[in-house]
Design a protein. Structure first.
Length: 76
């Protein structure tokens, strides 16, 4: 199980320092993710989906609409 912020003592830091730690953690994760290679099957699927969205722009729903729908459902 992952350690809690209390176990790590991060809850004793002020907000600015906690944000700096969060940013440092995020940057370290991003560096590792960049170093990982994407499996060929995933790359092929992403390229297929991109080509499909370019070929059929009318079939793509803009993020703003998806977000608005999700928020409307959450309010019910």
């Amino acid at each position: 199980m992952a350690p809690t912020i209390q176990e790590l003592g991060l809850d004793r830091l002020n907000m600015e320092d906690r944000l700096a730690v969060a940013e440092a953690i995020w940057e370290s994760v991003a560096r590792e993710a960049d170093a990982m290679s994407l499996p060929d099957a995933h790359r092929v699927e992403l390229e297929r989906r991109l080509a499909d969205s370019i070929a059929r722009p009318e079939a793509v729903t803009p993020w703003e609409i998806i977000k608005a729908r999700a928020l409307a459902r959450a309010r019910k």
